[in-house]
Design a protein around this ligand. Structure first.
Ligand code: SF4
Ligand code: SF4
Length: 445
């Protein structure tokens, strides 16, 4: 297999040059049928071919064949892609769009032809903080102090925020509430009390989740234990690298993947559980990410084969006894990386529908991206806001009090939507609702 960079015959200005650039044979699978267009959120919003999967693939192909350089305009069109993979899910030719886009971005970033906001995101924020568990802990502690000291409310009431550049102002608005009790448990964090465990599973703790969604991890552990699992949280694990991959930093994502592979495989578990759609996708694709790494290719495939999204893992098991009623109207937002990247659609719904009293009302387009896209909503606030406005209208039409989802980024974006449009209700992870129902069952027993 040859890389595009080996096939270009034009001046050095054009073409993908790095080892992570996309393969021409992958790009050429697109037959320009256009079936993906109406499924692409940016195309639906803007109606421009250059903001569609077909248009972006055409640009990538033209760059790879040396017909056009990687200009600021090309980068802008590629950057506006959410990487939601809706196009990939519907493509009859099997174009691996997500992979191609990640590789194109990696090459652009590596060669310094990226947009400044992408550099800022990938190098300054992601590498400095997300890659390093100690630094993210310091950052989250400082953020918690900023929020609880009243400084945040003071700043939000003042006009000072308006002086910040767009991405920073947006970041401040989207910044999540830090939990007062982070999920810091490590080692064996749960085991069935009465019977020997049926499975031993490892939970990805992740970078932000322990600080912002500690309650989701706690609910996940309780559920897994109810379903007969011993749950271990490997202490030396690091961020899964999903956000790095999204922003084109494949080198750093590979470094993180190698570390996680060593740490998790050493635990000798039956499954590696992810409760965040983006993290699960990244880890299921470690095999692909490290396929050229002689030392890690086989281990990466072994690791990826063990990764299970928590919903697919639980839905495969007989329903545990003891569910109590939750009398709530719930609508479910499909996270793009759960539905389009992992093909998981029925399992979260089946778990919700198993809860007595819970009424699941579908949106007209639950599979349409909410605009979160990792850190997309920080870098591209205007497009993210357009998508969020559309999504909140769809949510409102259901009359639901609860928006259930299964991805940290979607949850934060939807919570921002509730605040922005002054809506009541709440956003909850599917496992939170299931855990609430079991606890309601215990109380009524
Ligand atoms: S990406 Fe797939 S669906 Fe879209 S135009 Fe190309 S072949 Fe058709
Ligand atoms: S990944 Fe999503 S935003 Fe990007 S081209 Fe495909 S459908 Fe459009």
């Amino acid at each position: 297999m040859s890389r595009v960079s080996e096939q270009k015959s034009t001046p050095a200005q054009a073409g993908f040059r790095g080892p992570d650039g996309p393969l021409l044979q992958d790009i050429l699978r697109c037959v320009h049928c256009g079936l993906c267009l109406s499924h692409c959120p940016t195309y639906v919003e803007l109606g421009l071919e250059t903001e569609s999967p077909r248009g972006r693939l055409y640009l990538i192909r033209a760059v790879s064949q040396g017909r056009i350089p990687i200009s600021a305009t090309v980068v802008r069109h590629l950057d506006l892609c959410l990487q939601c993979r809706n196009c990939q899910a519907v493509c009859p030719s099997g174009v691996r769009y997500g992979q191609i886009m990640e590789e194109a971005r990696a090459d652009i970033l590596r060669d310094g032809r990226h947009a400044p906001a992408s550099w800022l995101a990938s190098r300054l924020v992601l590498r400095t903080f997300f890659s390093n568990p100690r630094r993210i802990r310091y950052l989250m502690t400082a953020l918690g102090l900023y929020q609880r000291s009243g400084l945040q409310s003071l700043l939000r009431r003042s006009a000072l925020l308006n002086l910040l550049p767009d991405p920073w102002r947006n970041l401040e608005q989207l910044v999540p509430r830090v939990s007062t009790r982070p999920f810091t448990a490590r080692g064996i964090v749960g085991s069935p009390a009465d019977n020997p465990p049926r499975f031993r599973v490892a939970l990805l703790s992740g970078c932000l989740m322990p600080y912002v969604f500690a309650h989701v991890h706690e609910a996940t552990v309780r559920l897994l234990v109810r379903y007969g699992c011993q749950v271990v949280v490997p202490p030396e694990q690091v961020c899964c690298g999903a956000l790095h991959l999204h922003s084109g930093d494949r080198q750093e994502a590979k470094r993180l993947a190698r570390r996680n592979i060593d740490v998790f495989l050493a635990e000798e578990v039956d499954a590696i559980i992810a409760n965040v759609a983006g993290c699960g996708t990244a880890m299921k694709e470690y095999g692909e990410l490290l396929k050229d790494d002689l030392q890690y290719a086989e281990k990466a495939n072994r690791f990826s084969a063990l990764v299970r999204d928590v919903h697919e893992f639980l839905a495969d098991l007989p329903l545990a006894d003891g569910l109590g009623p939750l009398h709530q109207v719930v609508t479910y937002q499909d996270p793009c990386h759960l539905l389009h990247a992992q093909g998981i659609k029925s399992q979260p719904r089946a778990l919700l529908q198993a809860i007595p009293g819970l009424e699941l009302v579908e949106m007209s387009e639950p599979d349409r991206c909410c605009g979160s896209g990792g850190i997309y909503n920080i870098i591209h606030p205007r497009m993210a806001d357009r998508l969020l406005r559309w999504k909140m209208r769809d949510v409102m039409a259901t009359g639901a009090q609860v928006i259930a989802t299964a991805n940290a980024g979607c949850a934060l974006q939807l919570e921002a939507g509730l605040r922005r449009y002054g809506l009541s209700g709440r956003v909850a992870h599917v496992v939170e609702l299931l855990d609430e129902a079991y606890r309601a069952g215990e109380q009524s027993a």
